[in-house]
Ligand binder design. Sequence first.
Ligand SMILES: CSC[C@@H](O)[C@@H](O)C(=O)COP(=O)(O)O
Ligand SMILES: [Zn+2]
Length: 223
Amino acid sequence: MITNVDHDVAARSLAETARELYARGWMEGTAGNLSTRLPNEAGHALITASGRGKGRLTAADTVEVRIATGAPVRPDAPRPSAETAIHMALLRLFGDCGAVVHAHPPYATIAAAHAWESDTEAEIPLIRFRDFELIKGFGVRDPAEVAVPVFPNWPRVARIGEDIETHFTGLTPGFPTVLLIAHHGATAWGPDLDSARDRLECLEALCRLRYLNSVATTIQETP
Ligand SMILES: CSC[C@@H](O)[C@@H](O)C(=O)COP(=O)(O)O
Ligand SMILES: [Zn+2]
């Protein structure tokens, strides 16, 4: 049985991380959502409530939900994030996933939009990152090259969750625990909230480097 202390610590960590990412300009307005598995309450997670300003989030703006369904545990709880289905898909897929962070960081969002618009063949386009030292921040086995999937931003969020479950089911481990959603944002997960946040930072930094690299290449090639 979970103690209130565990629950409260988790709620405060979610709120603190949301305020931090808001301050970076990655959760503007009500954008972004975070969740964490409640290890002492099997099958439950804590997720941010929907539509709350992330710059002023408090522990009270969180909801305990069932990982199997995304439904709130208590009937009088606030509405969980509109993107609960995505968080629950990741928590169900990966037993070692302890936390999920979703934000709208600008370079990752624009990279995802561009990949989606330019690769009209692939159902789930991949953005490949090579060479940059930052790839090691994903903690992958082979940091020479990683591929990050870009999912379509379906209006029915549950469908994004379904796509994620289909894509990752049976995939050989070793991939970076990050994904992009076209014209929308980025999501990262890890054993705990700090590692999920760190991986999101690495993804945004890699997308920024990729963008700057393309600008530098264009300048170099301009006669
Ligand atoms: C500012 S609108 C952004 C939302 O549509 C959504 O993408 C988002 O990230 C936040 O949704 P929320 O339901 O508050 O968790
Ligand atoms: Zn979002």
